[in-house]
Write a protein that binds this ligand. Structure first.
Ligand code: AMP
Length: 147
């Protein structure tokens, strides 16, 4: 076995170990933690930058900073709603609007073969930012069930 093969095997082993440590951490801690800071509100208020692709009076859409697919866009309401469990009857129209914006963006971004919308509600489901958001993912085949 050459030096190059050894190095590749070592790297693969390290990657597997790293994933195992991350999974063990998530299992022990009950999943990723929700941030205390609402960074999406800061994006709405232009206090921190983002690659914004849509804005109207009710919502904002921008590219995710750690994309999980070739296209990964976040659609967020301007109204601060912490989680899906916090939506109220008065938010019905707003929720419908977010979905119509997601549909329009999916077509604009060329996701004609399909796309996935994800909404993580609270920590056990993987929500990390305490501001309701839709993930619009596409550009590759998606597996099921989700992780
Ligand atoms: P969730 O885990 O469902 O709460 O999703 C939060 C998403 O926000 C993750 O996919 C992050 O990668 C993304 N994210 C965090 N900070 C930023 C940021 N500053 N700009 C764009 N996306 C972000």
């Amino acid at each position: 076995m050459g030096v190059k093969t050894n190095r590749t095997a070592w790297r693969s082993l390290m990657a597997i170990l790293k994933s195992a440590v991350v999974l063990l951490y998530l299992r022990l801690t009950g999943g990723p933690r929700m941030m205390t800071d609402n960074i999406f509100k800061k994006i709405i208020d232009r206090q921190i930058p983002a690659k914004i692709i849509h804005e109207d009076d009710q919502c904002l859409a921008f590219h995710d900073i750690h994309p999980q697919a070739p296209t990964h866009v976040l659609i967020i309401p301007k109204k601060v709603i912490r989680t899906h469990a916090d939506i109220a009857a008065e938010d019905q129209m707003l929720l419908g609007h977010l979905h119509l914006v997601a549909q329009t963006l999916a077509m604009q971004l060329g996701l004609t073969a399909g796309y996935r919308l994800v909404l993580n509600c609270q920590e056990q489901a993987g929500q990390t930012v305490p501001h309701l958001h839709l993930h619009l993912l596409g550009g590759r085949p998606m597996g099921w069930p989700p992780g």
